[in-house]
Design a protein around this ligand. Structure first.
Ligand code: G3P
Ligand code: CA
Length: 348
């Protein structure tokens, strides 16, 4: 069991405070482990285009405990920070490389070398019709920033951790490992190699690795033998995310028992914990409790002020529910500044 896991804390009492001291949390790392962690989802993506270095720098300045990286590989096997295996929705690939789309109409990052990916400009996410997915956010006009490599992004966070003295950790998702394998690439291994080169592979309190694919997590634990904590993401079968994964089964008691053998936590969609409102009362599932009873952390996604779940009438109410009633261990948020403020107000 990692130090991070052995220092897992859930209550707010004297024993818990003493444990904190023993674990050194809040001192060297500066991370707020005594409260739910604030994970900047794709950076401060409410304010700047997702997965650009400016969005990551802002997330750091806004006090995120962890900054998320979604990672795919270039054709030459370099991990780059990009949410989709496609380039269509967040870059100007159509203008720069109009002939490089596959027969299905998509431009795949894995068809481009790193040097080619670096010629692209990342912009705010657009839908299939070219309209901004979040119209009130950063203008979805021409992109201003390059796609960062994972190594570059780690260098930025390392630098900010040094220059500000406030430490933010890494929260890395390997996107579509099975797809990469079918393309002849080993995404989990490539990510670990970057972490080894940058010295982050042993920083078990400061890095999480996450995936929707149980096989990728088992591979990381049992074959690549990483010591880093692993998070099993949970989607819905109807999303057809990564095809073969049966999320309904993973949410059962037997599924959670199995997850607890290879992972340290779950990352559920927030509507898997909050079920709606009935007669003015919030309805919730027992998924978080059942996971925590098995020693699993619970880090739901995604908190967005501009996309509140049905029946929740404010961003504060959303935090109040998840912090004070569901007692989650962390949240993925597009608004790290507001989430941090709510944590300070609600869990002083
Ligand atoms: O990784 C947690 C959350 O980010 C999962 O959703 O699609 O935003 O990567 P997605
Ligand atoms: Ca993610």
């Amino acid at each position: 069991m990692s130090l991070w896991n052995s220092c897992r804390l859930r209550g707010r009492n004297l024993l818990w405070a003493l444990t904190l001291l023993a674990c050194g949390a809040g001192s060297e790392t500066g991370m707020a482990r005594e409260h739910p962690i604030i994970i900047a989802h794709r950076g401060a993506s409410a304010y700047l285009p997702e997965h650009t270095l400016p969005a990551k720098a802002l997330a750091h300045a806004q006090g995120a405990d962890f900054i998320e990286q979604d990672v795919v590989l270039s054709r030459d096997g370099v991990p780059v920070v990009l949410h989709d295996i496609h380039l269509d929705s967040t870059t100007d690939v159509t203008e720069r490389f109009p002939k490089r789309r596959r027969q299905d109409g998509h431009y795949y990052a894995i068809d481009f070398s790193l040097a080619e990916l670096k010629q692209l400009r990342a912009h705010e996410r657009r839908n299939k019709n070219g309209q901004a997915v979040f119209p009130e956010r950063f203008p979805a006009g021409p992109g201003l920033s390059q796609i960062p490599s994972l190594a570059e992004e780690i260098a930025l966070i390392d630098g900010l951790n040094t220059s500000t003295g406030r430490k933010a950790g890494l929260y890395i998702e390997m996107k579509a490992s099975a797809f990469h394998r079918a393309e002849g690439q080993d995404l989990p291994r490539a990510v670990l190699e970057v972490l080894e080169k940058t010295g982050w592979d042993q920083r078990t309190q400061e890095v999480f690795l996450q995936s929707f694919e149980p096989e990728a997590l088992r591979y990381l634990k049992y074959e690549l033998k990483t010591a880093l904590p692993l998070i099993q993401l949970l989607g819905e079968n109807a999303w057809a995310e990564d095809g073969a994964v049966d999320f309904d089964q993973l949410k059962t008691d037997e599924g959670l028992d199995e997850i607890a053998t290879y992972a340290d936590g779950i990352g559920p969609w927030l509507m898997q914990l909050y079920l709606g409102v009935d007669d003015g009362n919030y309805l919730s599932s027992d998924l978080a409790q059942r996971a925590q009873a098995r020693g699993l952390e619970v880090h739901p996604y995604t908190f967005r002020r501009d996309q509140l779940p049905p029946g929740i009438d404010s961003f504060e109410a959303l935090h109040r529910l998840f912090f004070l009633e569901l007692h989650v261990d962390g949240i993925f948020t597009d608004f790290p500044d507001l989430s941090r403020q709510f944590r300070e107000q609600l869990l002083p």
